[in-house]
Design a protein around this ligand. Structure first.
Ligand code: NAD
Length: 315
């Protein structure tokens, strides 16, 4: 039987290539302009992407032999799932592998906001000594999680280790699971009104887009913080800017943006109490190695004609 033809269009850990190379024909072609990608996918059996490559309907239609798309990471919002479904494509991701890294970044963000670390670091480097700057502890504060899946649950464990009260809104999670995690399940309204730190861990879907908008921010605690390590667009960026500028919120920390990278004159980048990172939640050597090994296993399952373990359920 011919070996599968695999095209990798975003950077993946070397461990993936080492593991699959003896069994499939792999080509790595990064940063392809769309027209070149459309040409390259024509005779490809499996496409491997992270979040940069957009697997649009055009790409799927051009890839006449395509059987599967493997997404190194969690969110599949860069894949046209409707088009994939129509073609009967198998879509595979690595749902658990980045959780610890994203959760640790979330806690790092909470600490940065609570202790103003980024702005104090900047002020020191400008020759200032702002010893009077007052921060706060995480202990005793309420961490509110929007979404209690793999990442939300991990943030809950870490936040509890800091002595935080953890509440969550996730209508798809059982009371029993929440109890095991030491998390109180609350209504969306209560999540908004009780959180000192509101942290977003839901996927971007038509239902969650703009879920934290002007009205929702208005019903939050005065002086609360918002953390978004999930996807840009779940928190309305304009409403967030206004709320921080106007003093309703004390600050925010963002790893994800509506447009990535955001334009350099993006108003949120100008605020001192907004901490930003360039979508690096899952970018640790530890997470990338776990991702590489998990997706290599699933690619080899596909090559052997078996069901991959991490098939994304869409139908
Ligand atoms: P997950 O599927 O395990 O958890 C998502 C949770 O959201 C589920 O429990 C689900 O029930 C809940 N949910 C869905 N719709 C909801 C709604 N309308 N209201 C409340 N809850 C809702 O996913 P995860 O692994 O925890 O990842 C969460 C998101 O984090 C991903 O979708 C991805 O977009 C993002 N992510 C970001 C990075 C990064 O680099 N910053 C890395 C990995 C994942």
């Amino acid at each position: 039987m011919d070996k599968l033809k695999v095209l990798v269009t975003d950077p993946v850990d070397e461990a993936f290539l080492e593991k699959v190379k003896p069994h499939v024909n792999v080509e790595v072609a990064l940063k392809l302009p769309e027209e070149e990608l459309l040409k390259k996918v024509e005779d490809v059996d499996v496409l491997v992407v992270r979040s940069r490559t957009k697997v649009t309907r055009r790409v799927i239609e051009a890839a006449k032999k395509l059987k599967a798309v493997i997404r190194a990471g969690v969110g599949v919002d860069n894949i046209d799932m409707e088009a994939a479904k129509e073609r009967g494509l198998t879509v595979v991701n690595t749902p658990r592998e980045p959780a610890e890294s994203v959760a640790e970044l979330t806690i790092a963000f909470a600490l940065c906001l609570a202790r103003k670390i980024p702005s104090l670091d900047r002020s020191m480097k400008e020759g200032l000594w702002l010893k009077g700057e007052m921060g706060m502890e995480l202990k005793g504060k309420t961490m509110g999680l929007l979404g209690l899946g793999a990442i939300g649950s991990t943030v809950a464990r870490l936040a509890r280790a800091f002595g935080m009260r953890v509440i969550a809104y996730d209508p798809y999670v059982s009371e029993e699971k929440a109890r095991e995690l030491g998390v109180e399940l609350v209504s969306f309204q209560e999540l908004l009104s009780s959180s000192d730190f509101l942290s977003v861990h839901v996927p971007l879907t038509p239902e969650t887009k703009g879920m934290i908008g002007r009205n929702e921010i208005a019903s939050m605690k005065d002086g609360a913080f918002i953390i978004n390590t999930s996807r840009g667009g779940i928190v309305d960026e304009e409403a967030l800017y206004e709320a921080i500028k106007g003093g309703k919120l004390a600050g925010a920390a963002l790893d994800v943006y509506v447009k990535e990278p955001p334009p350099p004159d993006h108003p949120l980048l100008k605020l001192d109490n907004v901490v930003c990172t360039p979508h690096v939640g899952g970018s640790t050597s530890d997470a990338q190695l776990r991702i590489a090994l998990t997706m290599a296993d699933d690619l080899l399952r596909i090559a052997r004609g078996e069901e991959p373990l991490n098939k994304v359920k869409t139908w």
